[in-house]
Write a protein that binds this ligand. Structure first.
Ligand SMILES: Cc1cc2nc3c(=O)[nH]c(=O)nc-3n(C[C@H](O)[C@H](O)[C@H](O)COP(=O)(O)O)c2cc1C
Length: 447
């Protein structure tokens, strides 16, 4: 699809190089339109090289092609990041001195602003009014993240992580502005992420390779879909996602406490963290010294099984519990055994290795459900797997139908009213090719 990526003169412009990479690598044709002032931060050569497209800041270049009109008319999405206070003001008042602000006036596709600025600028009544004006006209204006700003100060005004912006942009490209209809609004979810560390002494621990990226993708996706998210993060070192409450923990016991607390009010729980099965029975207060004669054996004590506890003793009626399993052998057989042993509703089984699961941007999984549903999610960004998991959770919370495969036709989305459902069903039955009479119409997914 055709994306116009507008870049304002904010210090966060450098982060947008990563956003551009995510957009082009997922197959979109991206035309970068920086404002003239923004070239102080990232030069035109960088945008041209990364996008493979010419870059211009002025409507007075390539005039025969009238780019100030054509680029806006042809775009499927105009995404502006960082959207500075000045640029938001130009867009709100309709001023058009440069190419980007002209494009904002000619675009008929969804327009998404990602503001980034100091807290004082973001909270200034002028900016507040400009954002309200833009939203009232149908533009999408994301909330900035909170955290470290340009200097030593911190607060709301930070550009959300490029992966989070990309995820939202992708949803808008796939489903239009309505994609941001928050289907998880009013729902609370708790997600665990990262890998626990069990201390041996003040300098050593038993740990694992989990980076936390999948759990963070789950938290960001749920927040983008309107959920109130608590993220229990174990040793990830990742930036807090915008709009998410983050609780930092280190050990399995700390993670258990934090998850039990978050679970009491949650509609859904996803245990994506890699939790150590065992911890040293005794943690030495002083560093263990090397023993010349023989290594000191470490006695282990079993950690609580948090997933099983949360699954068998539900904190809330109707709560959906999702577990993760990292496997190296027979995924499905091991997954079925784990699903039965844990008692959760859904089990996401990752194949470990081959550039998947730990520390990578991509993942693939088999998702097994207690009701027999089996969903295959092919290799793709972790946000894609996260979205699939939330689709399945939403289905179980009665918020939407999980994807239904009727022959070549697939439906997804909110629960349709009965007449609409009947009409969709009859259309889909007509669409089933007659050459495959045995084709199943059960809600299984093969994506
Ligand atoms: C070092 C530096 C960093 C800046 N960072 C931001 C910023 O993050 N957000 C913002 O709204 N303005 C920021 N400004 C101010 C804008 O660059 C200035 O308002 C500019 O005119 C905006 O141009 P634009 O409308 O083309 O984006 C910054 C200025 C400087 C010198």
């Amino acid at each position: 699809m055709r994306v116009v990526l507008g870049v304002g003169a904010g210090i966060a412009a450098y982060k947008v190089c990563e956003l551009l990479r995510l957009l082009t690598e997922s197959g979109h044709q991206v035309r970068v339109i920086p404002t003239p002032e923004s070239l102080h931060f990232v030069g035109a050569a960088t945008w041209e090289a990364l996008s493979g497209q010419p870059v211009s800041t002025s409507p007075w270049e390539q005039v025969p092609q009238v780019p100030h009109v054509r680029l806006g008319q042809e775009a499927d999405l105009v995404l502006v990041a960082p959207a500075t206070a000045d640029l938001l003001a130009r867009a709100a008042t309709g001023l058009a001195p440069d190419l980007l602000s002209n494009v904002l006036l000619t675009a008929r596709c969804p327009v998404m602003f990602v503001p980034a600025m100091h807290t004082e600028m973001w909270q200034h009544p002028a900016t507040v009014a400009n954002v309200a004006t833009l939203r009232s006209r149908g533009a999408i204006v994301l909330e900035p993240a909170s955290g470290r700003l340009t200097g030593a100060d911190s607060g709301p005004g930070r550009l959300p992580e490029p992966a989070q912006i990309f995820l939202t942009a992708k949803r808008v490209l796939k489903r239009g502005s309505a994609a941001l209809t928050p289907d998880l609004a009013g729902r609370r979810v708790a997600v665990s992420a990262g890998g626990t560390r069990e201390e041996i002494d003040p300098v050593r621990f038993i740990g694992n390779w989990s980076s936390g990226l999948q759990g963070y993708a789950l938290a960001m996706t749920a927040a983008a879909r309107g959920a109130e998210v608590t993220l229990v993060a174990a040793n990830t070192g990742l930036a807090d996602p915008a709009g998410v409450t983050v609780v930092q923990v280190r050990s399995a016991c700390e993670l258990r406490e934090a998850m039990l607390a978050a679970a009491s009010g949650a509609d859904a729980i996803v245990m994506a963290a890699a939790v150590a099965d065992y911890r040293p029975s005794v943690r030495s207060d002083t560093k263990l010294k090397k023993n010349a004669s023989s290594p000191v054996p470490i006695e282990l004590t079993e950690n609580p099984d948090i997933l099983r506890e949360l699954s068998t003793d539900r904190r809330r009626a109707g709560q959906v519990v999702v577990g993760f399993a990292a496997e190296t052998g027979d995924l499905i057989a091991n997954g079925r055994a784990k699903l039965a042993a844990k008692g959760c509703d859904l089990l996401v089984i990752n194949q470990v290795g081959d550039g998947l699961a730990f520390g990578t941007a991509d993942n693939a999984a088999e998702i097994l459900a207690t009701d027999g549903q089996h969903t295959s999610v092919p290799r793709g960004p972790k946000e894609q797997l996260a979205d699939e998991i939330w689709d399945l959770v939403a289905g179980r919370l009665g918020l939407s139908w999980p994807p239904l495969n009727f022959g070549e036709v697939q439906f997804r989305g909110r629960v349709p009213t009965w007449p609409v459902a009947c009409s969709l069903l009859s259309q889909s039955l007509k669409a089933i090719p007659t050459r495959s009479p045995t084709r199943s119409v059960t809600p299984s997914s093969t994506r």
